[in-house]
Design a binder for this molecule. Structure first.
Ligand code: FES
Length: 102
């Protein structure tokens, strides 16, 4: 299991333990966080937007399509914004700290 720290839109932080595999969007949704993910991971809605506060180097940079979508979001923050549907959960993400974007 992989430990992640997550912050919801009310600023409440908690740790969740998730198995490797699947997307970060899926595990956040399964943990009850308010991720709409209306396009189900097709990289077209940005409702899975998160801020990667610790571990951005581990998840890597968004590709061009993802960055284009993120740049349309009012809450975009350079260097921390990612679409959680585009992040695969692997052991390398242990200790990741993410906040659900407004
Ligand atoms: S779920 Fe739609 S962009 Fe991630």
């Amino acid at each position: 299991m992989i430990e992640l720290d997550v912050i919801d839109r009310k600023g409440r932080e908690r740790s969740i333990s998730v198995p490797p595999g699947g997307s970060l969007m899926s595990v956040l949704k399964a943990s009850g966080l308010p991720i709409a993910a209306t396009c189900s991971g097709a990289k077209s809605c940005a409702t899975c937007h998160v801020f990667v506060l610790d571990g951005y180097d581990q998840v890597g940079q968004p590709d061009e399509d993802e960055l284009d979508l993120l740049l349309e979001a009012d809450s975009y923050r350079e260097g921390v914004s990612r679409l959680s549907c585009q992040i695969q959960v692997t052991a390398a993400l242990a200790g990741l700290r993410v906040e659900v974007a407004p």
